[in-house]
Design a protein around this ligand. Structure first.
Ligand SMILES: Cc1cc2nc3c(=O)[nH]c(=O)nc-3n(C[C@H](O)[C@H](O)[C@H](O)COP(=O)(O)OP(=O)(O)OC[C@H]3O[C@@H](n4cnc5c(N)ncnc54)[C@H](O)[C@@H]3O)c2cc1C
Length: 283
């Protein structure tokens, strides 16, 4: 994958190539990264706030006795040219805290997928590939990979979808998630998302939750149906290119972030929208 990383902007890629790394393993991967930090001594370590990154980042931070700011939504370099200012929601999402790590190195942060858009690949980009090696023994693997069981049963993942049709408490039951919302998502080649209220009600699996305690998404189109627009929900979808809100309350906060708003009953509007899109597409 080194060339792919270079095409996307990396100038140097350090490669630990060993069949033992085929499956993620917390302790073995931590050992490799600690080796890397001790050898190369970089100033900053950014890791994706994915399931693996959330497991690996704190382990490495603890091994190196440095700090880690989890789930950053923004970051920039301070005036001194070397300190990173990490921004993340705090106090239940009511404030955005700016956090710095002045005395320990590397400065570490996890950033959710889709918070930053991936740069376009440049096939002519040049970079350096540096081979690295760390000695691993049985004792470095405290757990053993047995089997991979995929959850979620197919369909488009919301993190990767270009179009997301999301439903909230206004959907009243599980039926719209398997019915009208899914039909609209299907005609647009998208995925179904949800607010936490819908997930907590048991109408849809937590894998579909958008927001501060769910997924951060950045689709081209986000259609919010019966979602009020609480700050914790907005934290997960405000990076969408175009937001369309359908809500029967004209004062719902979601309309403040919407590019297009439809005031009305989603149970009337969504099927009409699906039919109109089908007709326009000749389906
Ligand atoms: C620490 C913390 C973390 C949280 N994390 C998340 C998170 O990750 N994601 C998240 O979503 N929330 C999260 N929440 C919860 C959040 O604060 C809100 O409670 C939640 O987003 C509300 O969901 P909702 O908009 O579906 O429901 P509501 O706020 O109840 O809104 C329902 C909306 O549906 C509209 N409506 C009703 N019927 C219809 C209809 N027929 N047609 C059209 N509109 C209709 C209503 O006008 C209303 O605006 C978190 C809260 C806390 C404290």
């Amino acid at each position: 994958m080194a060339q792919e990383l270079i095409a996307h902007g990396a100038r140097k890629v350090y490669v630990y190539d060993d069949p033992k790394f085929e499956h993620y393993n917390t302790t073995a991967f931590t050992k490799a990264l600690v080796h890397f930090f001790n050898e190369v001594k970089p100033n900053v370590y950014l890791v994706g706030a994915t399931n693996i990154g959330r497991d690996l980042g704190p382990r490495v931070a603890n091994s190196l006795q440095t700090g880690l700011t989890a789930d950053c939504t923004n970051l920039f370099v301070d005036d001194d040219g070397k300190t990173i200012v990490w921004t993340r929601p705090a106090l239940g999402g009511n404030i955005m805290a700016e956090i710095v790590c002045r005395n320990n190195r590397p400065q570490m942060g996890t950033v959710r997928p889709n918070v930053f858009k991936k740069p376009e690949a440049d096939a002519n980009a040049k970079g350096e590939v540096i081979d690295m090696h760390v000695d691993l023994t049985e004792a470095d693997f405290l757990t053993k990979f047995v089997e991979l069981i995929k959850l979620g049963g197919g369909g488009v993942k919301i993190e990767e979808a270009d179009v997301i049709v999301s439903g909230g408490r206004g959907m009243n039951s599980a039926d719209p998630f398997n019915g009208m919302l899914k039909e609209l998502a299907d005609v647009l080649g998208g995925a179904v998302g949800a607010s936490r209220a819908a997930v907590d009600a048991g109408w849809i699996d937590a894998l579909h939750q958008v927001g501060q305690t769910g997924k951060t998404v950045g689709p081209k189109i986000y259609i919010a149906c019966g979602i009020s627009g609480a700050i914790q929900h907005l934290a997960g979808m405000s990076g969408s290119d175009c937001v369309i809100a359908i809500n029967k309350d004209e004062d719902a906060p979601i309309f403040q972030v919407a590019d297009f708003g439809i005031v009305g009953d989603a149970f009337e509007i969504v099927p009409k929208l699906t039919a109109a899109i089908k007709a326009a597409k000749g389906m």
